[in-house]
Design a protein around this ligand. Structure first.
Ligand SMILES: Nc1ncnc2c1ncn2[C@@H]1O[C@H](COP(=O)(O)OP(=O)(O)OP(=O)(O)O)[C@@H](O)[C@H]1O
Ligand SMILES: [Mg+2]
Length: 210
């Protein structure tokens, strides 16, 4: 299975979601390959930290820029799960990734700026579906305010209702320090001490497989 994590806005949490999903699937005993298709190399650097610290389970990592379609198809024959992280913009990597992926997870913060990108994203999705009609497109709200006094909408269904090409995920990823803390350690939140963040990633991983 190829899961592509994408957005047309920088910084909503794509890399965070990608590396945490990779750890969760690896802990389930799956053979996981993380593909870093962002020239900024954030996922690759996280992976290098993980290797350096010797954390188990091991996860494979491949860096590929430009057209990634063929690479993803090849990796999918060798790994149970291929998780792809791309840059926060409309890129060749994102477009070619969409033509090979089984699932696209569109990551947005609950903010108008992120929401504003979804019109264009929907057009890119429609084009990708000409080549890849079975692409399953899911919307994920990330960095939702964890403070209960902030009454922002976090229900993805309500939030994404204007974009029928994007099927909302029930899982919401909240803004939690744990997501920032684990990155420098080469770990995932499922290997950390915050049960709420751990539960979110477990739920997300299960929902995507389900
Ligand atoms: N759920 C979260 N809770 C707290 N902090 C988060 C969360 N998700 C991401 N962050 C933080 O927000 C910043 C951006 O996250 P990340 O690098 O994952 O986003 P991105 O979408 O991959 O960005 P880019 O578009 O630049 O690739 C990082 O500092 C990260 O630690
Ligand atoms: Mg990133």
């Amino acid at each position: 299975m190829i899961v592509l994590v994408g957005s047309q806005k920088g910084g909503p949490g794509k890399t965070t979601v990608a590396v945490n999903l990779a750890v969760q699937y690896a802990r389930q005993g799956k053979d996981v390959c993380l593909v870093d298709a962002d020239p900024q190399r954030s996922a690759a650097r996280w992976h290098a930290d993980r290797e350096e610290q010797g954390h188990q389970p091991a996860i494979a990592c491949v860096e590929k820029i430009g057209s990634i379609h063929q690479t993803l198809q090849d990796l999918a024959t060798r790994y149970d799960v291929v998780i792809v992280d791309v840059a926060g913009k409309d890129s060749k990597e994102m477009r070619t990734g969409m033509t090979a992926a089984d699932q696209l997870v569109v990551v947005v913060r609950p903010s108008q700026f992120d929401l504003d990108t979804l019109g264009h994203m929907s057009e890119v999705i429609e084009q990708a579906k000409d080549y890849n009609p079975t692409l399953d497109v899911r919307g994920l709200i990330t960095q939702a305010p964890a403070n209960p006094s902030v009454t922002e909408r976090t229900d993805a269904g309500e939030y994404l209702a204007d974009f029928p090409a994007i099927r909302p995920l029930e899982t919401v990823i909240y803004e939690r320090k744990a997501y920032r803390d684990v990155v420098g350690e080469g770990l995932g939140v499922v290997e950390w001490n915050n049960p709420k963040a751990k539960a979110e990633i477990e739920e997300l991983a299960a929902e995507l497989m389900g």
